[in-house]
Design a protein around this ligand. Sequence first.
Ligand code: ADP
Ligand code: GLC
Length: 483
Amino acid sequence: MRICMISSEFAPFAKAGGLGDAVSALAAELHRGGHELRIFVPRYSSIDPEAAGMVPVDFLQDISLATGAFGLQYSMYTAPQQNGLWVHFIDCPILYDRPGLYTSDSDEHLRFIMLSRGALECCQRMGWSPDIVQCHDWQSALVPLYLKSLYAWDSLFANTRTVFSIHNLGYQGGFQAGILPATGLSAYRDLLHQDDLNAGAINFLRHGIIYADALTTVSPTYAREICTPEYGMGMDDLLRQRHESLFGILNGVDYETWSPEKDPLIPFRYSRSNLRGKAANKARLQEQLGLRQDPDTPLAGIVSRLVAQKGFSLAYEALPRLLADGRLQLAVLGSGESRYEEFFTWLQHEFPGRAAFWRGFNNPLAHLIEAGSDMFLMPSLYEPCGLNQMYSLRYGTVPVVRKTGGLADTVTPHTRDDGNGIVFEHADQTGFGWAMDTAVELYGQRERWNRLIANGMRQDFSWEKQAGAYVTLFRHLAETSTA
Ligand code: ADP
Ligand code: GLC
């Protein structure tokens, strides 16, 4: 099948969280399966064109895109990947030459209208007719509507079916209705969500949900959760209406990048049958972060965007208590909202040698924390899938998670014979406190702890398994298009 993917992230070029990993690994797996892929991502200024091996596409230079009052110009670059996959970069410096992938600038909508329309118009100029266009998150959520309106005249897309993949319902791309001309959809006003428009708003994500031929999200449990008011973030009504077209497909793990046997970013490799390297990584992590060299105290790791979703407010009581008692060490990597950064900074000052906080984005350190920690903390309030708990399982780092979304689908409670982690249910400090006390206690019972580690390291969440579900869905959609 010819599959077009449009995404704001694609690892290793552009990654703010799991989206970059997930899209890139899914694309690689589909490509391996013999499908023809074209991937469109913004050419952010943080991408080094030489390292990426980027070359201009001659016949796709200085193209004009009319978006309301603004005329924008863009060009296309492309880069072959080691695995033979080609990635296409939409180059538009005026929009993408910014410090981060995402901004709160007043033209944020334009940045992703450009991505969405640029991708479709490049398909037109290349004469390439995709069977499937897969849009990821709000940034490309207008694409299904574009294909049913602005680009409906083009027979190139006559058999194209759209899939909107929701990686996180918490980010919706909500803007003032005044941006309507910039979308290019003024003539199709009637197709936009009228209640929103009347309230002076346009929500990109909502149009993805309404107009895509099929919807996916990144775990079966999250697919159920988002149909409820508690997790639906204002979209549950609509999602319930479309629940027959909504599929929960668990993300996979790229074990070429994330496994302790092969990981080039960790100093000591190890495997299920020989965990000695894990202890050496722990010592290295302690040394690197200024933690006391102590093989016997459990070391808990966190690698995360520091935002409300991730639930660190549940840790305000338990972490200081266990650190004060000398029963825990803590290694935290991440950045985000100041309240969480301040909390972890405070822990580091309050408990020198026991708690360390590295603020920022640091991929090698992320790998070392996975390898060198004994347990990994994800007390998320909601978690569409979560990748770090799956990485942790493979690294023999016992996940401590809240029972929600993909965490519930991948971590099995320690009380079961096949248990691989500690799972708590209630999103409050008591729930997390219980989970941490349980983890620290189990760590002291070597045999039980080792069983958790062994059960976790045995799990297989490879994309090879997961991508099959997308292929089945894509084929089904493609068949209905020619029927
Ligand atoms: P989310 O997509 O919600 O951020 P996931 O668990 O799906 O959560 O994916 C997070 C990914 O981002 C992981 O690969 C993790 O290692 C990475 N990551 C998050 N924060 C950082 C950071 N500060 N430095 C390096 N990698 C990070
Ligand atoms: C999102 C979610 C995360 C998921 C990732 C990749 O950012 O927060 O749970 O794993 O996307 O799908």
